[in-house]
Design a protein around this ligand. Structure first.
Ligand SMILES: Cc1cc2nc3c(=O)[nH]c(=O)nc-3n(C[C@H](O)[C@H](O)[C@H](O)COP(=O)(O)OP(=O)(O)OC[C@H]3O[C@@H](n4cnc5c(N)ncnc54)[C@H](O)[C@@H]3O)c2cc1C
Length: 274
């Protein structure tokens, strides 16, 4: 979906085009941050199939086998210094007159945005669950370190009030995130992802923020050790900073939540503040 030349936060505004030619689509586009592209047998591209349709019905999702002529994986983008390889990669890719059969379209023509929303709700709660798992491990490492590291003979790091407060703050924030995520999962189970949209936005930005703070405290308590790759903390800190950006930046989700609240006060404000 995401393109370097257009704001990824606005998925209705895409440059990539899929033009119908007989029983084929001819796809032209430039994408980046295509996760797991390296080694993939196919890509799913979101491209405009009808530029005259209403914004949310302009694009379709189309499968493009990666051996299709015109498809190029330009590079695995270095994210926080690490390009990776295979599944945990984020690639820049080009589609230059890629021709695929119309049957490779997923769902109806123009349903690309609706399909993306369908996937992103459950995808976001999955990220939150994964982040809570990382938080629990980071807090566990923090506590182990605080309970064993001596600042001077017989004086444990964990005896310092500032360290104790960091542990307590992390515990409280993780518990709060976990309860919000569980409640959102209940809502999805009972009413479906669409009805739980505002709660999904709440947990997306809230849990991503908790993750950043818990990891930051964990590194602080570990001192220089926290900056090394002798623990997983630095890896998480580098790789999970993106949590506040992908699948909707914090600001976008906060606006979804606030607009929903303001509707209860009779104010119907749109995304651009109109
Ligand atoms: C590690 C990683 C993996 C990714 N994987 C994928 C993938 O597999 N497929 C894919 O399609 N994309 C993927 N993305 C891209 C991701 O979805 C986009 O980065 C995201 O949607 C933001 O778009 P952008 O980067 O173009 O930022 P922009 O849209 O240019 O926004 C820049 C910043 O502006 C602010 N902003 C934007 N909109 C608003 C608003 N309405 N109100 C207030 N502030 C706002 C936010 O702070 C935002 O971070 C990935 C990104 C990362 C970092």
């Amino acid at each position: 979906m995401t393109e370097p030349a257009r704001a990824g936060s606005n998925p209705t505004w895409l440059d990539a085009r899929a033009v119908r030619d007989g029983d084929d689509y001819v796809i032209t586009g430039h994408k980046w941050f295509t996760s797991a592209a390296d080694g993939a047998a196919f890509a799913i591209v979101m491209a405009v199939t009808d530029p005259t349709a209403p914004p949310h019905q302009r694009a379709s999702q189309i499968i493009v086998p990666t051996d299709t002529p015109g498809y190029t994986l330009v590079r695995n983008i270095k994210v926080m210094g690490d390009a990776g390889e295979g599944y945990p990669t984020h690639a820049e890719v080009r589609f230059e007159a890629c021709r695929v059969p119309v049957q490779f379209r997923i769902g109806e023509e123009g349903a690309g945005f609706a399909l993306a929303q369908e996937r992103l709700g459950p995808g976001r709660i999955h990220h939150c669950m994964r982040w809570i798992g990382i938080c629990e491990r980071a807090l566990d490492l923090t506590c182990r370190h605080a309970a064993t590291r001596e600042l001077s003979p017989g004086v444990l790091l964990g005896s310092k009030q500032s360290v104790q407060h960091m542990i307590a703050d992390s515990r409280a924030e993780i518990d709060a995130a976990r309860l919000l995520v569980l409640d959102t999962a209940r809502q999805i189970g009972e009413r479906g992802a669409k009805a739980a949209r505002t709660s999904v936005s709440t947990i997306k930005f809230f849990t991503a923020g908790v993750l950043q703070r818990v990891l930051d405290r964990a590194i602080q308590v570990h001192g220089a050790l926290g900056m090394t790759d002798d623990t997983p903390l630095a890896y998480w800190f580098r790789h999970e900073r993106a949590a506040r950006i992908y699948d909707g930046a914090d600001e976008v989700h906060k606006s979804v939540v606030a607009r929903h609240i303001l509707r209860g006060y009779g104010a119907h404000v749109s995304n651009d503040g109109a």
